[in-house]
Design a protein around this ligand. Sequence first.
Ligand code: PLP
Length: 265
Amino acid sequence: MTAPTPPVTPPLVLTVAGSDSGGGAGIQADLKTMLALGTHGMSVLTAVTAQNSRGVQGAWELPVEAVRAQYRSVVDDIGVQAVKTGMLSSAELVETVAELLAGTDAPAVVDPVGVSKHGDALLASSALESVRTRLLPVATVATPNLDEVAQLTGVRVDDETDLRRAAAAVLAFGPRWALIKGGHLAGDAVDLLTDGSEEHWLRAPRLDNRHTHGTGCTLASAVACGLAKGQSVPVAVRAAKEYVTGAITAGFPLGGGIGPVDHGW
Ligand code: PLP
């Protein structure tokens, strides 16, 4: 008789982000992605949103001490192999999280969440400078969309040829890699991943599905999962793009507004 195989600990991934009560974005999207990709997902909650398919009806930040304590609980006992950050809400929280990340060797995927698809602010405008000068410098990969690029760098992207300029402006703040998500441009969904010397262009056909809530959170989390598994940044990003393309394809109607991407495909 063969002995049973002992259980193996999966790769350990931590999300530092806000909660979406509707289950489509934020911590909920992150943990679903982490489960689907065979990792153990853990969470440091930064803010709670009252949210549904129509938008954000309210948002409350957690105290800095609560964020620090959650992080220490996870890191001091369990450990992490990759971190993803999402909604950080205030300058104080951005700076706290940046300081925590500076103290770890785990790679960090920073999604510099600014405004939701519905136009709800998830980051105070007074926190932008802290994102530029404190958070981006400790990122292994920063994953801004075009609105976030404009907010952080002033670079406006009107077509694919501007993506290089956008990436250079983001890299100037110090992340090792920039993944500029061109999904809001017309035509194919084109993203550019670069560290300033290598360039990787990721192209996917535009999908005819409006139920895309949680796309950015899902992509960044999927990248973190790949990094936790020991993949290089380009390999992790390519796999993450494939994952999110599948999740958008399977996005489903929910409530009266924009439904979420699906993780069960
Ligand atoms: N809510 C939370 C808590 C988030 O972190 C995010 C994005 O990061 C959103 C909402 C916005 O998601 P979307 O722009 O995909 O609607």
